[in-house]
Design a protein around this ligand. Structure first.
Ligand code: SF4
Length: 356
């Protein structure tokens, strides 16, 4: 049976009809889950006890069990979810800090695979390879888990609010799990289900030019972020071995197509690694790439991982890199680095819990 979070109202109605129940029961369940973010059937008070019990046994809204939670001092929270097959997934909530933004944001960073096939040499998630793809409902659940939780932590300024932004930037390569990821995105932006603005949904990929073009035709107004991380193909192949299948120029061409077909500017993600890709020459080469398409460049300060040799550049080096891009006319920003004491680098919580 399809998981409840992946069902449309029509599909839920059919399922409950097969259980001998009228259509209004499906609407009630739908309303609890999507309208109220109520995920424990026992609390769906207008349902008959027998239906509550059957939902809990056969069609629970949530299937992941929280096996670990870490709270950083700055309000970032990380959950480790265990699925029924005991595979685990990390999801992170990044709330804005008090006074940081006019409108408080709650950003959920979700994973799309168990482990990752890409094997970036600076990332903990790639160390164990990929175990399996996540289903669409498991991707969506990583968002709904936050809405169903009590206050996220001491820094959460608006704990009662829902997730406002979703970034598919956790463990896994979204475009390597294309169908499930697109289905999850459709559920998240469906006004009757996730209710998220497409403008608040970002998909981050190391880049498959053909799938970027296919994504542009899906009609989902999401922001595409391309994880570049290197300004030359040679260095990129060293840092992202699985990205060797496409060149930077092929990605630039796909990014241009994406902008032309969707009107959405592309983001280039660039994680800064000390003495690897943070030189002035790298900045100049990156600027030359960025000027070829309508894009913003996001610089990410590396979060160090104990098992890996890469190091985080100094704040001064990061600022100098940013300024050089900026002087070259590139829209560039340094992404705030949050949650360092919550094992916030991708894949760290799974490894620390011994589940990768
Ligand atoms: S950085 Fe992203 S793509 Fe690279 S190994 Fe980690 S999770 Fe995979």
């Amino acid at each position: 049976m399809k998981p409840l979070l992946a069902m449309t109202l029509e599909e839920l109605t059919e399922t409950l009809a097969a259980w001998g129940l009228p259509a209004f029961r499906a609407r009630q369940v739908f309303q609890w889950v999507w309208g109220g973010r109520r995920t424990d059937p026992a609390t769906m008070t207008n349902l008959p006890a027998a239906l509550r019990a059957k939902l809990a046994a056969c069609l629970p809204p949530l299937t992941g069990r929280i096996v670990r939670r870490t709270d950083a001092a700055d309000g970032v929270v990380k959950l480790l979810l265990a699925w029924p097959d005991d595979q685990t997934t990390e999801t992170v909530l990044i709330p804005t800090r008090p006074g940081e933004a006019r409108r408080p944001r709650r950003t959920a960073c979700v994973s799309t695979q168990v482990g990752c096939p890409i094997g970036c040499t600076f990332c903990a998630s790639g160390l164990g390879g990929v175990r399996r793809n996540l289903q669409a409902a498991e991707i969506v659940e990583q968002v709904i888990q936050w809405d169903a939780l009590p206050p996220a932590g001491p820094g959460d300024p608006d704990a009662a609010a829902r997730v406002t932004h979703v970034v598919l930037m956790g463990t896994g390569e979204p475009l390597a799990n294309y169908d499930a990821v697109v289905e999850a995105c459709r559920i998240l932006v469906d006004p009757d289900r996730g209710g998220l603005s497409g403008r608040h949904l970002t998909l981050s990929t190391v880049g498959y030019p053909d799938r970027i073009r296919r994504l542009a035709g899906e009609g989902i107004p999401l922001t595409l972020a391309i994880s570049l991380h290197a300004p030359t193909d040679a260095l990129r192949r060293r840092l992202i071995p699985a990205a060797a299948a496409s060149t930077i120029q092929e990605l630039v061409a796909a990014g241009k197509d994406y902008f032309e077909r969707t009107g959405r500017e592309v983001t280039l993600e660039y994680v800064l690694l000390a003495d690897v890709n943070d030189s002035g020459r790298c900045a100049d080469e990156l600027a030359a790439i960025a000027r070829q398409l309508r894009c913003n460049v996001n610089l990410i300060r590396y979060n160090e991982v104990a098992e890996l040799p890469c190091r985080r550049p100094s704040d001064g080096a990061v600022r100098r890199f940013r300024d050089r891009l900026s002087e070259a006319g590139v829209n560039v920003q340094i992404r705030a680095s949050r949650g360092a004491d919550a094992d916030a680098a991708c894949g760290q919580l799974r490894r620390r819990a011994g589940t990768s």
